[in-house]
Design a protein around this ligand. Structure first.
Ligand code: XAN
Length: 452
């Protein structure tokens, strides 16, 4: 019997094309002698999408005949970049953003814990998860590493909403068995059982991934941290997501709570939590030996500038993390609600100022690398997202370089960028002046998900 091979979709229907100016990164600009070489800039490019993946990116003039029958969406006066990646954010803290007057430990007790208590209610959690994810998309963020609350139903709500939007998201149930109000505490055992069930249901479910999420050393007993380590052993490809060395008083408290440890990072290390897929938020107070250990373990730090300034935590030593001798992977985190904006452009703006206060310079290419490919590397997802390499998932954004009157005025001082040096200049103005108004469109897995 002969078989007839059926033609799938015709060429013109399964492919889509986007025309415009494209900017992405192919190398880490912190580690090349000429940082312009780390970027790929195509002033008039054509991006070909197939079934949610990137099929090809090149000069419009070179590709236009090859894809002559493919429908094109064209963007002018815009910059098309990979979707932003937020490496640390809390969805249950959305409504308490900009809570006045406290530093970390008092802020947690006064504002954060009461709000997180509301996430026991699944419907409420789902309503906020929905708002939160729409806010991310409006801000051009297509992937995030997200703290849920202690309640498993808060994770259910989050993943349900993320799945509905086909987003690549990482999240997990907070583990917290001490130094928190009773209504927010779990136990070592219940946190193990609940996390395990969630991993089995959600990890690698579509584009979703799971992170074992002990809140921080202050709110977990040694026993609970050991249990987190056990989960990482049983499920070696899940993530570890926690906070580390953010605030001076927090570091002192951790030393008191764990007198046998050599330092804050060592508390996590003794529990087997310092690994390649471990992402530690903040790291503002890290010692030299701790940077070295993070480098050795290939762990990542989420640098959260708006939060570090808002909560008065201090200045993260970005260039120590990005040292040639002991490089540590770094991504940018908005850390809403300790952070004050969902926008990674605003976050890059504050990162620039933190670096200035240390008498260094954060160029637009370095900052935008951290927000895209750098974030993907921090999350060990650089084979899937972070730039326009062929075969990657087509999550990308269209940035309007003239989104506000001030941006238009600033941008009109120079002609459209033809070179990498020229686009670096315009991108710097964009990162300092831009916010969610700059996001003209967001595409998720090749589909238009938002337009301004
Ligand atoms: N440490 C924290 N830091 C922060 O910025 N936000 C939090 O919710 C938190 N919990 C512990």
């Amino acid at each position: 019997m002969s078989t007839i091979s059926t033609q799938t979709q015709p060429y013109s229907i399964s492919l889509k094309a986007i025309r415009g100016a494209f900017l992405d990164f192919i190398e880490d600009p912190f580690f090349v002698t000429d940082e312009l070489k780390s970027a790929r800039y195509i002033p008039d490019g054509l991006l070909i999408l197939e079934n949610g993946y990137i099929k090809e990116l090149g000069e419009y003039q070179q590709l236009k005949d090859k894809y002559a029958i493919v429908p094109i969406t064209a963007y002018s006066n815009c910059l098309i970049m990979p979707g932003f990646i937020d490496t640390h954010i809390h969805f249950p803290q959305t409504e308490m953003i900009a809570a006045y007057g406290e530093q970390l430990l008092e802020w947690l007790n006064k504002y954060t814990f009461p709000v997180e208590g509301k996430f026991k209610d699944r419907d409420y959690a789902q309503k906020i998860a929905s708002f939160f994810l729409d806010e991310l998309i409006k801000n051009g963020t297509t992937t995030a590493l997200v703290f849920a609350a202690v309640f498993p139903q808060s994770v259910e709500a989050f993943f349900t909403e993320a799945s509905r939007r086909n987003l690549r998201m990482i999240s997990g149930k907070v583990m917290m068995d001490r130094n928190a109000p009773g209504f927010l505490r779990d136990t070592a055992e219940s946190s193990y059982e609940d996390s395990k069930k969630l991993i089995q249901k959600w990890h690698k479910n579509g584009r979703l991934l799971y992170a074992v999420t002990p809140r921080f050393a202050v709110t977990s007993t040694e026993e609970q941290l050991q249990v987190a380590g056990k989960l990482l052993e049983e499920f070696p490809d899940v993530y570890l997501h926690t906070h580390l060395s953010e605030n001076a008083k927090e570091v002192e408290l951790v030393a008191q709570l764990f007198p046998k440890s050599k330092g804050y990072l060592d508390v996590y290390d003794r529990a087997g939590l310092v690994k390649e897929k471990s992402i530690f938020a903040h790291g503002v107070q890290l010692r030299d030996d701790e940077f070295k250990r993070l480098s050795e373990a290939k762990s990542a730090i989420a640098f959260c500038p708006t939060s570090n300034l808002f909560l008065g935590s201090g200045l993260f030593k970005l260039f120590q993390a990005k040292s040639k001798e002991n490089p540590v992977k770094v991504g940018l985190g908005t850390d809403v609600g300790g952070g004050t904006s969902f926008s990674l452009l605003q976050t890059a703006n504050e990162a620039y100022k933190i670096v200035q206060l240390q008498e260094k310079k954060l160029s637009s290419f370095k900052a935008l690398f951290l927000a895209t490919l750098g974030g993907a590397k921090a999350l060990c997802l650089e084979d899937k997202i972070g730039n326009f390499d062929v075969g990657k998932e087509a999550d990308f954004i269209v940035l309007d370089l003239q989104a506000t009157p001030l941006m238009a005025l600033r941008n009109s001082q120079t002609p459209p960028a033809k070179t990498k040096a020229e686009i670096a200049e315009k991108a710097f103005a964009m990162m300092m002046l831009g916010d969610e108004r700059t996001i003209q469109a967001t595409y998720i897995a090749g589909e238009l998900a938002y337009t301004h």
